[in-house]
Design a protein around this ligand. Structure first.
Ligand code: NAD
Ligand code: IPM
Ligand code: MN
Length: 355
């Protein structure tokens, strides 16, 4: 029977409880489809840094590269810091650059059954943020300069990096089912090309690549106006492509419209490797309290299985999530926490898999 070998990074804070939920759901979904799921753990993050002085063990990147899929929980603890004041337990740079996962794919979808946690109409929000994941402002991680009077970081946009992320966005738009209401696929370039040279360059490269895709509409919006439009007319969007830092901010904004961060999975996709994680962090204030919404991690597991070619298992998880939400077996509080807790929400999804 087919088998999938998954490397698992449990992470910090709510990470381990969410990953446990997702693995429970993935195991059930796979066994129902006759797929063998093998998992092995790779400890990483702030907990490991506290013990060893490194956020990732020696040889970890090679072990991760050898897996069929990687499921990552959120990492980082605000109190575990380096001397420059930044956090020590984060893996963003290490994994995204180490595995060259250049496309951070963040679907923002308003699912039915989350009404208490959103002000938006069911079905009105369904777009995908394609966030450049290996350059932009965050290439400056650990490389900024400071003295007593000032500090600076640099934002780098390259032609090669922009071409590959924009092509990824157009290819993604051409394959995506959930096109906007008018039925036409569209890629929107989000930038601040009115102010910064680096973003004017990003937009210019976007326009060049757009001509390779005559069947897909393309347009532009400044990032500040995008923040407004994502709240006032989210149904205008299909696929959005943008620089790393902008994508970080605007995806959390999108999450705020669809029931909270706990509804939002993501994929970090490269040509050779890919890893899947919620878009949110380790939420240390709610860790161990049965308050975290596990759907972000469960849906990341579904995204992983689809990427690994297990389409039936992936869809069965997404359908089980939707049935659990619409039947009221999972209800979200206005805070974004599941009313009956993390474990009960997980059980509700597993039960629906068996229907
Ligand atoms: P956060 O995303 O952890 O939390 C923001 C808010 O959302 C908090 O109120 C939290 O309780 C809530 N929240 C998050 N996930 C939730 C869920 N599944 N269910 C219910 N509520 C949820 O952001 P933060 O507090 O700014 O950061 C905490 C730590 O996470 C920091 O160390 C940060 O650097 C790290 N971080 C890691 C990642 C990652 O690993 N990919 C991403 C973002 C932040
Ligand atoms: C994310 C996070 C990370 C990032 C941080 C915590 C390193 O905010 O994945 O959205 O953006 O790089
Ligand atoms: Mn973020």
């Amino acid at each position: 029977s087919p088998s999938v070998a998954v490397k698992v990074i449990p992470g910090d804070g709510i990470g381990p409880e969410l990953v446990q939920s997702a693995l429970e759901v993935m195991q059930s979904a796979c066994s129902l489809q006759g797929v063998e799921l093998h998992t092995t753990e790779e400890p990483a993050g702030a907990g490991l840094y506290r013990e060893t002085g490194e956020a990732l063990s020696p040889g970890a990147l090679d072990r991760l590269r050898a897996a069929d899929g990687i499921l990552k929980g959120p990492v980082g603890l605000p109190e575990v810091r380096k001397t420059d004041g930044t956090e020590a337990g984060l893996l963003g740079g290490l994994l995204r650059i180490g595995l060259d996962t250049f496309a951070n794919v963040r679907p923002i979808q308003l699912r039915r059954g989350v009404e208490a946690a959103t002000r938006f109409e069911p079905g009105s929000i369904d777009y995908v943020i394609v966030r450049e994941n290996t350059e932009g402002l965050y290439l400056s991680r650990g490389a900024g300069v400071r003295n007593h009077y000032a500090a600076s970081d640099q934002l780098l946009i390259t032609r090669a990096g922009t071409e590959r992320i924009v092509r990824y966005a157009f290819d993604y738009a051409s394959q995506r089912k959930g096109a906007p209401r008018d039925g036409v696929s569209r890629v929107t370039c989000v930038d601040k090309s009115n102010v910064l040279r680096s973003f004017a360059f990003f937009r210019e490269v976007f326009d060049e690549i757009a001509t390779e895709y005559p069947d897909i509409e393309s347009d532009h919006i400044y990032a500040d106006a995008a923040a407004h439009a994502l709240v006032t007319q989210p149904d205008r969007f299909d696929v959005l492509v943008m620089e790393n830092f902008l994508g970080d901010i605007l995806s959390d904004l999108g999450a705020g419209t669809v029931g909270g961060l706990g509804m939002c999975p993501s994929g970090n996709i490269g040509h050779r490797s890919a890893y899947f994680e919620p878009i949110h962090g380790s939420a240390p204030q709610i860790a161990g309290k049965d308050l975290a919404n596990p759907l972000s991690q469960i849906l990341s597991g579904a995204q992983l299985l689809r990427h690994a070619g297990q389409l039936a298992a992936a869809s069965s998880i997404e359908n089980a999530v939707d049935r659990a939400l619409t039947a009221g077996s999972i209800t979200l509080l206005p805070t974004g926490s599941p009313a009956r807790g993390t474990a009960a929400a997980t059980r509700a999804v597993v039960e629906r898999l068996h229907e």
